[in-house]
Design a protein around this ligand. Sequence first.
Ligand SMILES: [Zn+2]
Length: 404
Amino acid sequence: MSSRSFAVTGVRVFDGDAVIERATVLVDGETITGVAAAADVTGREVVDGAGATLIPGLIDCHAHPTGDALALAMLFGVTTEIDMFTTPERLGTQRERAAKHNDLADIRSASTGATVLGGHPSMLIGLSFREQFPVVTGEEDAAQFVRDRIAEGADFIKLLIDDGTAGGHPSPTLTGAMAKAVVAEAHRHGLMAVAHATSAANAVEAVQAGADGLAHVFMDQPPTPEVIAVIKEAGIFVIPTLVTMGSMAGDLTGAAVAEDERARRYIPEDWRGNLCQCWQFGSPSSLANAQRATAALHEAGVPILAGTDAADVGVLGTAHGASLHQELAQLVECGLSPIEALAAATSRAASAWRLDDRGRIAPGLQADLVLIDGDPTTDITDSLSIRAVWRRGELLERTPKETA
Ligand SMILES: [Zn+2]
């Protein structure tokens, strides 16, 4: 890899936590080496940051990268994806490619999540999964399930607690004892356990099992003070994935981003089609419930992280990268300030996933950067106005698909 040395000058910086109105950011090789009001830029390539905002590379805290997903994510400034369920074969391929190529987002993964035979996401066998994945069959094999995932290279453990309430049809799921055994074994190995739950009752069960975070917000009912208090007192984070909750509940939000000229040029046709369709499960769920729950959790001080649940073409309502911008706008609608929404996809995300080398703009950290026209710290809809993306200090060649 060629060595790079550049400066972004006269730019507004969102460093992951706060805004610096005008600064120069220095990068040497893969690393940020300076953030200052003014700096000597002799001998460096200079990127004029006038009228723009430099933010840390975005982290999608809930995705399922397969195929071209990590390349698509990068086009939208998403430099890391947290993979919430995959197969070991896919994980190996995606991880190996991401390690080699700076035009692909980096990946952290749960490998295969803990569920039961026929439990969520078994309905995706034949669509996202070619064959049956390993499952937990009882309390006694839960610990071995976790050890197998760790042997496959899981960075954290995922468990799925979903009795089908939110989707409107009953589904087998982990018992409380099985969920507790999964979480306990993850913790024994120093790993986090993050739970899928889409109903309020399942979210409470996830908390009772000891989960460190929720991979969705619940949407089967409006929030009650009791449920919000249970989540708050557990001290855990929540990744609402409102774009996917909307798709599942039949409240499509993806079409707006698919039609936005700033995004449209970079989205392949198959992914565009994906953004413009949704699941419309018959259910008691609604995007409004999910939004109200997100607002109540945020109001209570629960850390909110940005994630999309973007998966494959055919898993409707999302596209890698583009949907994260839609999620940021949704989070602002739920009462987060634009700065809080950006932190949910940068510094706060990095802290939650223990990624000490990224998520902020500070000397010594990896130069994952996004240069955005305008000011997304005051108007979140500016986040799609991407001028440039760097991963590990390397500028992405960002070519609209028409001319690719
Ligand atoms: Zn997911």
